[in-house]
Design a protein. Sequence first.
Length: 497
Amino acid sequence: MGLEEALTPEQMEILNTSGDLLVLAGPGCGKTTSMILKIKKLLEIEEKPEKIIVLSFSLKICTELKEKLTKEGLKDIRVDTFHGFAYDLWKDYYQKEPRILEEEEIKEILKKLFPREKNPLKDPQKKSLYQEYLNKQGLLDFEMLLNKASQLPFTFKNYHLFIDEFQDLSPEILDFLKQAKEATFYLFGDPNQSIYSFRGVNLHLIKQFLNHYKPTIKTVELTESFRCPEEILEVARDFQCSPWIIKNFKSRKQGGTIRGYFLPDEREEASFITEKVLQLIGGLTLERASTQALSPKDIFILSRIKRVHEPLINEFIQKGIPLALPEDKAQKLKEEVREFINKVLYKKYTFDRGLSEASLPLKLLLENWKNIHQDEQKIMTYLRGLTLSDLIFPQIEGVNFLTIHSAKGLEAEVVILIGVEHGLIPLKLFPNVDWEEEKRLLYVALTRTKKTFYFTGVQNRKLYHWTLSDGLTPWVSHLPIERITKKARTLRQSSLF
């Protein structure tokens, strides 16, 4: 079935709307399909491919979009990150590569300018001094690249600018987009999945930007989900929190299961979830296998912070349940990327020689990016700006353990969220809690599932130097919850012989 078949009325409205467009898409509601079809529609009315640009914050998303567009015969459409696009603007204007600082170089400069300061760039005055230093030295970081590129004499008149995941737009990207205000904007995303306030993202600033620079923008909602079942969507509605009010979601899938479990402590929680997962996958032996059993990869174990996973991981290892830690793999891959950059920059390796010495996972990733993006110098710039989320891919060999942040954009048949206690959700262990974002994190966790959502909490949890003993967060008190009492421990009788 082609993309054009069986479109919803909402998708048809997107295709038939002219001018600036804001698409508020619910979870699994066909956002990417609608974007691709809108691009096809523009090409049908004789818009030139070179006048269409697709931008996103994440290299991972850009790569996925490029692959999908190519599959639909749209390989000439330009797809890039905001930083990659700014790189091209700079390079075309100055006829040379912009010199972008690496993460370690930035740390050294900050150490030199502000010794003993932990996060100096959070202070606007110190940030200004840092940028002044870079200016004098003729250096750029990614934020300054955006700023400098926005001042170049490039006109966006008659361009069509598609922005994917608009809810992730940071203040510096919004400043960059002021230059592009003459373009027709098509913004796609789900504001209830905005969970990057630590990068400065603020939904209210995004809305103010659109009100000011695109006051006549038309809003269309995508509310019919192809992924999440009805019951999951009804509960997710409780955790929507954004400046845009979206009407109730519908689902093409009836049913769905949501259930919580309250246990005495982490040990009981780990034991209970282990048994639950064994039931879901039909056990570990051929005799217990079921034709309806799930594969381990179809299950996500999520938590608000990574440390919460540790007792359960140990229990899985003891019971021999296959597990996967995508964030750990991503961190290892990120370290390999840094080594690759150092070889090419400082040891004067060619790109291909560095590639030949890379591990298989990194080699496959780099070869894929090279096939899509081609320009080796630009790929090196992408590598400097990689975030951990660009390198997180669910693994196929086991149950995937992820934080909620890392699970964004992914999906599984069954999602189990652990650590749903007062203090962890919303997270009050650290200062400067964004209450709206904490709600959205629950929304993201819920909407990863295609079938079933379980959550657990305990009466007493030790975490770092805290003990959490206030029970489940009141945010889930209206959901079905079963209280599990402590199991009696049976003592093994000593042998008489």
